[in-house]
Design a protein around this ligand. Structure first.
Ligand SMILES: [Zn+2]
Length: 488
């Protein structure tokens, strides 16, 4: 019996304990609920609008995306204190803080702002982006700079990777922005060696005298000093008078060949030649209106006499293009005269003039690879024929061509082979009688069709010039301009 009672009491105690636990639990729940309600009622509610993390580019203005705060259901957004430490010209991570205080409670929120640099550095290469480099030779750096919008000059951080046909320049800024630029290396050598003669290029000696070679040097862009590789052709026989030629030739490893010549003029008897060579007495032979059927013979003669001249070409059949090429290849100057050589078309207007000039320029460029900058006006700068087509056009053109980088040449000696000269004697006299040691002699001649009188006079004119201390040369951009007065 007693055992049963004991059991009952035990049950009773258990029951009381459970009640107590539930009671305490409930109390806690109620207190928590009350505290929760108080919190909800007395703590301001702050909510960020927009993103929690904002990324700004360097120097980009930060614009506030807004924040909302409520208290007791009332909007108290205007009471929020907003602060930030953003420095938008400095890369970094910044914070915007939002703070609002109500009674005992202060609520704080944060927004992260990242200022980044996403602009790549710039690499500037000195010199060309494509350079010719001698085969199997190290490339000599032409220079470079690297500038970054944020880091400034970072040239010293540039990494260079070199291989046979390319150099790559790579640089990375402090934000990891990477730039790479390449320079193409073209492994060719198409530069000829240069031979420099010591002494004069025309030497005068007495008959029976002794010729002493004054010497020479040769250098090459790839091989350096090549003087010992120069081959000399020709020997001087001082027992026979006249002009003799010594040829100096050198060929580099890549087959580029240079030939220069020296004239040695053996006097027929003492005193028949000037004892001094006039150093700056130049004769520029110029041939207009070609090429034609006599141009090959003129070129042959010039070659035999080792004389360079200037050809002011016009448009002819393409079958004659090879002569323009030959003029160029043999060291003469190919210059521009006119495409049509028709005064009514050429001088119709300034634009018409340049259209015509461009046409002959394009044609010549296709043949010789460069567009000549030396020109001669049809009829010369002093022509008056243009007046009947455009009054005053020569005054405009003579200035305009210079402004466009051309050098135009008239002449101060006219062999008159397009005028009154009837035969080779007339041509010869019209030239040699007007040569002077006190001027830049620019001789007007023509290599138009069948102009045999000029061809036949040419040899004697050259001999006269050499015998009298003149030097023949082709016009280049350094030649002093010889120009007429403008009459229209
Ligand atoms: Zn002409």
């Amino acid at each position: 019996m007693g055992e049963v009672k004991h059991k009952e009491r035990k049950e009773k105690t258990k029951h009381t304990n459970r009640k107590m636990i539930i009671g305490i639990g409930l109390s806690f729940l109620i207190i928590t609920l009350i505290v929760g309600v108080i919190f909800l009622l007395f703590i301001p509610n702050v909510k960020l609008l927009g993103s929690r993390v904002i990324t700004l580019k360097l120097n980009e203005e930060y614009s506030e995306q807004g924040v909302k705060a409520t208290y007791h259901g009332k909007d108290i957004s205007q009471e929020i204190k907003i602060d930030n430490n953003i420095n938008n010209d400095k890369v970094g991570t910044y914070e915007v803080t939002y703070k609002v205080k109500k009674g005992l409670f202060t609520v704080k929120k944060k927004r992260t702002v990242k200022v980044i640099d996403d602009i790549k550095p710039e690499i500037h290469l000195e010199g060309a982006m494509e350079v010719n480099v001698c085969p199997s030779k190290k490339f000599d750096e032409l220079g470079f700079t690297a500038i970054d919008n944020y880091d400034g000059d970072i040239t010293n951080k540039v990494e260079i990777k070199e291989n046979e046909d390319e150099i790559t320049y790579i640089v990375t800024d402090s934000s990891g922005n990477k730039t790479s630029v390449s320079r193409k290396l073209i492994r060719v050598d198409n530069e000829k060696p240069v031979i420099t003669l010591k002494g004069e290029s025309t030497i005068y000696i007495e008959k029976g005298g002794i010729y002493n070679e004054p010497g020479f040097t040769a250098t090459d862009n790839c091989e350096g000093d090549m003087t010992s590789a120069v081959e000399i052709d020709g020997s001087i026989d001082t027992s026979s008078s006249g002009n003799q030629v010594i040829t100096y030739t050198v060929i580099d490893k890549n087959g580029n060949k240079t030939t220069v010549t020296r004239n040695v003029y053996v006097k027929s008897s003492p005193g028949t030649l000037p004892s001094t060579v006039y150093k700056n007495s130049m004769i520029y032979l110029t041939f207009d209106d070609g090429p034609s059927n006599i141009t090959p013979q003129i070129l042959d003669l010039l070659k035999a006499k080792n004389v360079k001249a200037t050809f002011f070409v016009i448009n002819h059949s393409d079958d004659l293009n090879y002569l323009i090429k030959r003029e160029h290849d043999e060291g003469h100057t190919v210059a521009l005269h006119s495409y049509t050589h028709r005064y009514d078309l050429v001088y119709a207007s300034v634009d018409a003039y340049f259209d015509d000039l461009n046409k002959i320029s394009n044609k010549v460029e296709k043949i010789i690879g460069t567009a000549p900058k030396i020109i001669r006006f049809p009829g010369g700068g002093s022509n008056t024929v243009s007046r009947q087509y455009s009054k005053g056009i020569m005054s405009t053109l003579t200035n305009e061509v210079l402004a466009r980088g051309y050098h135009y040449f008239d002449w101060n000696i006219d062999c008159d082979d397009a005028g009154s000269a009837k035969n080779k004697t007339d041509v010869y006299n019209n030239v040699v009688n007007y040569l002077s040691h006190n001027k830049t002699n620019v001789v007007l001649m023509h290599d138009f069709q069948n102009n045999y009188k000029t061809l036949e006079a040419l040899s004697d004119i050259i001999d006269y010039g050499i015998a009298n201390g003149y030097t023949f040369a082709a016009i280049d951009m350094e030649t002093p301009l010889v120009r007429h007065n403008v009459l229209n």
